[in-house]
Design a protein around this ligand. Structure first.
Ligand code: 13P
Length: 255
């Protein structure tokens, strides 16, 4: 049994990215509710696109599934065409928000600075932030994995405060493993997760390090989830492609 199992309830989160219309999202969520009704001691979250948040919120209302968003803007409100604030997410029924996903860093100019502002806004609004970090394939080849992670963690989390009610979730998503079918090996995953936990300990102290859930993301599938979840410092998964089909995602949730 994992030493700190009681402290960290596993979280299996589905990032639907830019997939599904509102009607499709509603149908997927409805099917998922039935399939995971028997699951105990696992937190489940789905993050549909903004346009589906309200319909999904309605359908999962009395279920075991929580709602998350894939991004937010840090300002409370303002002339920021196309953006969504933390309070808007809360009013749409969100409990979680994914911040700093590598696709946002890669394609939409997300930086550690904007990640930091978004984390701050999410915490202020009472959302559980899921901070995504991870190195590219080139950075790994050049042995820069740990320095990249240090920078993403340090700059993203600088001067923020967390406590038992404002917990942090970190998702380690090696960019080279996202949507490629290449999962990091169990040794690679455990090495990085332990490193991240030690980093949190240095930056925030032991209590938060022990309580922070560190999820793995990158080609998580029903056939590799059991092995990943058995690792001592893996507390859940952030699942992309395999979270889009309720039967497949349900198998992952039943790891
Ligand atoms: P895949 O599971 O499709 O590799 O995506 C992982 C991811 O980016 C989750 O946020």
């Amino acid at each position: 049994m994992k030493e700190s199992e009681n402290l960290r309830i596993p979280l299996i989160a589905g990032n639907w990215k830019m997939f599904k219309t509102a009607a499709e999202a509603r149908e997927t969520a409805a099917q998922l509710i039935q399939l995971v009704d028997d699951v105990k001691n696992v937190e489940i979250m789905i993050a549909p696109p903004f346009t589906s948040l309200s319909v999904v919120a309605e359908i999962i209302q009395n279920s075991r599934i929580g709602l998350g968003a894939q991004n937010l803007h840090w300002a409370k409100e303002g002339a920021f065409t196309g953006e969504i604030s933390a309070s808007m997410l809360v009013s749409a029924g969100c409990e979680y928000v994914i911040i700093g996903h590598s696709e946002r860093r890669q394609y939409f100019g997300e930086t550690d600075e904007t990640v930091h502002q978004k984390l701050h806004a999410a915490i202020q609004a009472g959302l559980i932030p899921i901070l995504c970090v991870g190195e590219t394939g080139t950075q790994r080849d050049e042995k820069k994995t740990f320095s990249v992670l240090d920078k993403q963690m340090e700059n993203g989390l600088e001067k923020l405060t967390f406590d038992a009610y404002h917990l942090l979730v970190v998702a380690y998503e090696p960019v080279w493993a996202i949507g490629t079918g290449k999962t990091a090996s169990p040794d690679q995953v455990q090495e990085v997760h332990l490193y991240l936990r030690r980093h949190i300990e240095k930056q925030f102290g032991e209590a938060l390090a022990k309580a922070t859930r560190i999820l793995y993301g990158g080609s998580v599938k029903p056939n590799n989830i059991t092995e990943l979840m058995a690792l001592p410092d893996v507390d859940g998964a952030l699942v992309g492609g395999a979270s889009l089909q309720p039967d497949v995602f349900s198998k992952i949730i039943h790891f």
